[in-house]
Design a protein around this ligand. Structure first.
Ligand code: GLU
Ligand code: MG
Length: 453
């Protein structure tokens, strides 16, 4: 094979990288996006051209450290070591290369943020999840996970009153109604094909409650792959809509007073080929005990935006109480009944939505669950009623981002796991969002979340 213009010999590249170079030529790819997720939960990146790719696969693309101090309003926060001085590299993971069917000529790779010498950077979210996965593996476990995302399909239209653009839903079809399949059909077909082409196995799809709401789930995978898949799904849900002059939003509550969009997290813990959530009730209960013990703090990461807490309310099936229960859709943790003999027992964490950084949220879930196993934490009695019908009996999760951040700051295990740079940046970014939205009206909050997510 001939050498690339960059001067990097293809023979020096690993087989994955070589294969990517061949594919970009075959598939007519001109721009390859190196994507990461920031502390605001926003998916960002830079793209390399095909002619520079051989070199950039090795070096990454240079990037300012400050972007991990940017909030979802593009307001840069004052965080020590994340200012105008300093560089990291956006280094792609070649195993994640996918052409983007909704963006002809473009491909993407999920990326780590690394120091210029190639070593891990303390503020990289994907590295946080990788480290958590490694800790879990050190104890002999693997976590399989799947996000179950809901989103709202519509159009982003100017407000007749001259205010912020508004998301106007595509239809007002009823929950699970067959009409809803038809109104969204052209979009859904393009979406499913685009996801499958990227190797994301679509499990189920349906139109759900409230105007324009859709749900589409992807097959479970090892934790890192599950988070990568969720990033690709978020981009594809939105990108396919944009190509059709539509707008799709995974914001937790894009329309005030209507159903919220969750991204429930389905989890199972494995030892080799054994699903421990089916084979070992003690391990499962201890893991769930860990999740529940850390849940108020975890919500600051799994429900990462101001808008998340408009969704995380009782009687909206979002899991606003820190309890577990068998197939209980008002409990934060639903113990799911397996689907047939081949179904895998799993637990579903409902206080989770797509405004979270999926690497931080899954990484924190692992730390919490592992803490439960190490300390054999008791998850308490299963709850088989709607907890909201028993006032004062069950613990309510935080009702605002600010409250969740207070819980996070008070959670020694998670603060320690995040480490000094990541935790100070995350807290600064999220505190700034809480303050910025508190000073504005609901229309402002909805517009900015619908734009970002
Ligand atoms: N839309 C609900 C949420 O915000 C979930 C409804 C369901 O159980 O599918 O989490
Ligand atoms: Mg649903």
């Amino acid at each position: 094979m001939r050498d690339r213009p960059s001067g990097t010999k293809t023979s020096q590249l690993d087989p994955h990288a070589r294969r990517i170079l061949e594919r970009t030529e075959l598939e007519g790819i001109e721009l390859i996006r190196f994507l990461y997720v920031d502390h605001g939960g926003v998916i960002r990146g830079k793209a390399a051209s095909r002619s520079r790719l051989a070199e950039r696969l090795g070096t990454g693309i240079g990037h300012t450290v400050a972007m991990m101090a940017m909030n979802m309003l593009d307001q840069l926060q004052d965080v020590e070591h994340l200012g105008p001085v300093g560089e990291v590299r956006i280094v792609p993971d070649p195993t994640t290369y996918v052409p983007l069917p909704h963006a002809p000529g473009a491909a993407a790779m999920l990326s780590d943020l690394r120091l210029p010498d190639g070593s891990p950077w303390q503020a990289c979210a994907r590295t946080f999840l990788k480290d958590a996965v490694a800790q879990l593996a050190g104890e002999g476990y693997t976590l399989l996970a799947a996000f179950e995302p809901e989103f709202t399909l519509g159009r982003l239209l100017p407000d007749p009153g001259g205010g912020h653009d508004r998301l106007v839903p595509l239809d007002d079809s009823l929950c699970y109604a067959n009409t809803g399949f038809d109104t969204a059909h052209d979009y859904t077909m393009k979406l499913v094909r685009a996801l499958e082409t990227q190797g994301l196995r679509v499990e189920h799809y349906h139109p759900e409650l409230g105007p324009g709401q859709q749900e589409l789930s992807i097959r479970y995978a090892p934790a890192l792959r599950a988070a990568d898949n969720h990033v690709l799904l978020r981009e594809t849900v939105r990108g396919v809509a944009m190509r059709m002059q539509l707008w799709a939003s995974l914001a937790p509550k894009p329309l005030a007073g209507q159903a919220g969009n969750g991204a429930h997290l389905h989890l199972s813990l494995w030892s080799d080929t054994t699903n421990l959530f089916g084979a070992d009730d003690e391990i499962r209960d201890a893991f769930v005990g860990g999740l529940l013990a850390h849940l108020p703090a975890l919500t600051a990461l799994t429900c990462g935006s101001v808008n998340s807490f408009r969704r995380l309310a009782p009687r909206s099936w979002a899991g606003a109480y820190a309890v577990h229960g068998p197939d209980n859709r008002e409990a934060a943790i639903r113990m799911c009944s397996p689907l047939g003999d081949s179904g895998e027992p799993n637990v579903e964490l409902k206080p989770s939505d797509s405004s979270a950084n999926p690497y931080l949220s899954l990484g924190a879930v692992i730390h919490a669950g592992l803490d439960g196993i190490r300390r054999k934490l008791d998850p308490g009695e299963p709850v088989d009623v709607d907890p909201d019908t028993r006032p004062g009996r069950y613990p309510r999760l935080p009702s605002s981002l600010g409250e969740a951040l207070d819980a996070l700051e008070a959670d020694e295990l998670l603060m320690e796991a995040l480490g000094p740079l990541r935790r100070s940046a995350y807290l600064a970014v999220k505190r700034s969002e809480a303050a910025a939205f508190a000073a504005q009206d609901v229309a402002y909050e909805l517009y900015h979340h619908v734009r970002a997510f």
